[in-house]
Design a protein around this ligand. Structure first.
Ligand SMILES: Cc1ncc(COP(=O)(O)O)c(C=O)c1O
Length: 304
């Protein structure tokens, strides 16, 4: 990971190497914290954060769900992210990681008296699943781990604890020689990747599951809007594993993963084993938006 100059911690721009916490930080022990993953792109008009308002709103919603009282308003958090990017003077694309967590001072599971702390880190980060993955597609394993069930966790929150499930699925997939995991829900339908939502294309129709057992992905929402703009039919319906095996195209969406084609799932070649034609169109349309080349969606960019 590339170090940057500063990390924003509870209102202060702190030098990267000094951005530390106490070992008895509550979140480290019990996993209640919420975070975001947001990207800023080097556009022709300078660095711009993509969908800052939506990501910051989701951060505050996540905190509401897990009963954390955020010490900052949405405007303060947005300004803090802008301030951090200005102070760091980045030269390439950036990933932002706001985190609201419970600090040092209280132990035990009753968390409401623990101090609430906020940090925002940002660093230069390229494509999450590799440049080659973006172009040629990645190999995916259906995970032996069921996605967190709505009966026991709250997947609309981008909560720290939810990511143990993702981490184990990702580890298993990589250990087995794949690049990413695709998790099923507790009824056996496709849920999502370890950090991405999932789409297939069958007979020209784009299909992605409803967000019953996935995060409400901002990238998924963007891709659906772009598909509609391109007159591609979109369906939100459950997908089974065998439908994936026989689909024409498949891809993941996520802030980190952007639009990453899937070329193989559990040893079944998807389509022609390359990035599909519709995937390519949507990927290009997505990059046009985030790089400020689509006037219709320029309002989704916050220029630094
Ligand atoms: C579990 C999970 N699903 C889906 C996504 C994609 O969401 P978004 O497009 O808002 O980044 C992410 C990444 O944030 C994620 O962690």
């Amino acid at each position: 990971m590339e170090k940057a100059k500063y990390i924003w911690m509870d209102g202060k721009l702190t030098p990267w190497d000094e951005a530390k916490v106490h070992i008895l930080t509550h979140t480290l022990h019990y996993g209640n914290g919420v975070f975001e993953g947001t990207r800023a792109y080097q556009t022709e008009d300078g660095l711009a954060i993509f969908r800052l308002r939506d990501h910051t709103k989701r951060l505050l919603n996540s905190a509401k769900i897990t009963m954390i009282k955020p010490p900052y308003t949405i405007e303060e958090l947005e300004n803090a992210q802008i301030e951090l990017l200005k102070a760091n003077d980045f030269k390439s694309n950036v990933y932002l990681r706001p985190l609201i967590y419970l600090g040092y001072g209280v132990m035990g599971l009753y968390h409401v008296n623990a101090p609430v702390q906020t940090s925002i880190a940002a660093w230069e980060w390229g494509s999450y699943l590799g440049d080659e993955g973006l172009e040629k597609g990645i190999r995916v394993k259906i995970s032996s781990f069921t996605r967190n069930s709505v009966k026991s966790t709250m997947g609309k929150a981008k909560a720290v604890a939810n990511y143990l499930n993702s981490q184990m699925a990702k580890f298993e997939a990589v250990e087995c020689g794949y690049e990413e995991a695709l998790m099923l829900d507790d009824e056996g339908f496709i849920a999502e990747g370890s950090g991405e939502c999932f789409f297939i294309v069958r007979d020209g129709v784009l299909i992605t599951p409803p967000n019953d057992t996935s995060l409400e992905s901002i990238t998924q929402d963007m891709v659906i809007k772009l598909a509609k703009d391109l007159d591609i039919e979109v369906k939100r319906e459950r997908i089974t594993r065998d439908e994936v095996f026989v689909c024409d195209e498949a891809f993941f969406t996520g802030t980190a993963a952007e639009v990453t084609p899937v070329r193989e799932v559990d040893a079944r070649i998807i389509g022609n084993g390359k990035r599909g034609a519709i995937t390519k169109r949507l990927q290009e349309a997505y990059f046009d938006v985030v790089y400020g080349r689509n006037d219709r969606y320029k309002n989704l960019l916050t220029y630094i």
